[in-house]
Ligand binder design. Structure first.
Ligand code: HEC
Ligand code: HEC
Length: 397
């Protein structure tokens, strides 16, 4: 919000982007008119009652929107994933990434040596927590000694794209974020940075790995370097999907229903907030911006800034892989993606109820955002063995 200049500028840029999209949309409709293309159902509704020359015969032969017209329209709003998200202060090298990947899987960074980043962000399962309670995916994660936090674990895939990290954006970037769960008493529960560094230094194999990742540094095993290595690993955790192929010009990459869903995603106004290469991650927005969201307790960004205007404001989540990352919302309170889409249309987009067909098309489009997981990153690394001074697991709180 106003506390973050980056967000401010993105927010003020939004109406322009929307206006541009609108112009493109009009052009798209005009092009469709010229070609006498059949109209998809939602456009039929748009034209009904207008003297646009459309008749029922045009409309009834609906075969879906033209891929080229849709691509033209969405280009300004949605972009393909980059190969990596660079941070000039933390250049990505193979040695650093490799170290970061090892640390990501190392449970010795937790007090009871039973949790790693991969426990709550399972790379083989789209980067989320797949813990189950009563046969269903748990809403929130289980941390040290069975404690649970209040929030759902977001995926680490593509997260580096976001303007800040966490549902409330309280960490500036993936490097800053990586240092936090390790010291969080309900997560990995290490008492302080010095204890973590002591563990790392007690594991003989880490010395040369840190030296290779941070060449020329006299004492490379530091807490900050650990977060840099993990951050560098995450900065390349990108999952391109068929949607990227479409955005890059492969007009056959999306099924007709997905294409219709994509067009609706723009028409309904989802792209007002879910835009850019991540389809989100670039703004802070209130949950219930159009119509109040019932029974909210988590104040989101309001609890961080203390400003009334930030109450119930959350960082707009990225929608990459969203069909795989349920349950949804900051509290994991929504168990079905179709429910999530209906609620968004009602509470965020002023659209009111979607028809079941519209909902189905948007859900189908969201499915096309399920990407390819990077096999080499997922394979469990071989952890360097502990040394004589490596502390033992500590189950106490
Ligand atoms: C006990 C479970 C747990 C562990 C262990 C854990 N996380 Fe998380 N992680 C979460 C939860 C829950 C959130 C959301 C918390 C919030 O928003 O307040 C989160 C948020 C994140 C985010 C923010 C993503 C986004 O879109 O904003 C990243 C990145 C992340 N974790 C990476 C890591 C890394 C790296 C580690 C290891 C150093 C780690 N996590 C360890 C549960 C966990
Ligand atoms: C005004 C901004 C805004 C608009 C418009 C909007 N969203 Fe959202 N969306 C959000 C925010 C903010 C959240 C996260 C809120 C939370 O977790 O408390 C969210 C969450 C979601 C989620 C859950 C993601 C997850 O990982 O849990 C999905 C799916 C989603 N939106 C889809 C849509 C669709 C589809 C539309 C259009 C019908 C839409 N959104 C319109 C702001 C918006």
């Amino acid at each position: 919000m106003s506390t973050n200049p980056r967000t401010g500028s993105l927010r003020s840029a939004q109406p322009r982007a929307t206006a541009l999209a609108f112009v493109v949309a009009i052009a798209g409709v005009a092009a469709a008119c010229d070609q006498k293309e059949p109209l998809p159902p939602y456009k039929q509704r748009l034209h009904r009652g207008k003297s646009s020359g459309f008749d029922a015969a045009d409309a009834s032969a609906a075969a879906g929107p033209s891929p080229a017209a849709v691509l033209d329209r969405v280009r300004a709003l949605l972009q393909p994933l980059p190969a990596q998200v660079d941070n000039p202060a933390n250049p990505i090298t193979d040695a650093k990434r490799d170290l970061g990947r090892t640390l990501y899987f190392d449970t010795r960074l937790s007090k009871n040596q039973d949790l790693s980043c991969n426990s709550c962000h399972v790379l083989a399962s789209y980067g989320i927590d797949v813990r189950e309670v009563d046969g269903k995916r748990a809403r929130t994660s289980g941390g040290h000694d069975g404690q649970t936090g209040a929030r759902n674990s977001p995926t680490v895939y593509n997260a580096a794209l976001a303007l800040s990290q966490f549902w409330d954006g309280r960490a500036a970037d993936v490097e800053a974020q990586a240092g936090m769960p390790i010291l969080n008493p309900v997560e990995m529960a290490m008492p302080d940075e010095a204890s973590v560094v002591r563990v790392l230094k007690s594991i003989p194999g880490y010395r040369e790995r840190f030296e290779a990742a941070f060449p020329g540094e006299a004492d490379p095993i530091t807490y900050a370097n650990m977060t840099r290595a993990i951050g560098a690993f995450e900065r390349k955790l990108m999952t391109p999907s068929r949607f990227d192929a479409f955005l890059k010009g492969d007009l056959a990459a999306l099924e007709p229903k997905e294409l219709e869903g994509l067009q609706l995603f723009v028409d309904v106004g989802c792209t007002q907030c879910h835009n850019g290469p991540g389809l989100g991650g670039a703004q802070f927005q209130k949950l219930g911006s159009v119509k109040p969201w019932p029974d909210l307790t988590d104040e989101g960004r309001g609890a961080i800034t203390g400003n009334a205007i930030d109450r119930f404001v959350f960082r707009v989540p990225l929608l990459r892989n969203v069909a795989q990352t349920g349950p949804w919302l900051h509290d994991g309170s929504i168990a079905e993606l179709s429910t999530m889409v209906d609620k968004m249309a009602e509470h965020q987009a002023a659209r009111g109820q979607l028809t079941p067909a519209e909902n189905g098309a948007i859900v189908a489009f969201l499915g096309s955002l399920t990407g390819e997981l990077p096999a080499a990153d997922i394979a469990a690394p071989e952890l360097p063995p502990g040394g004589p001074d490596t502390p033992k697991a500590d189950p106490s709180r």
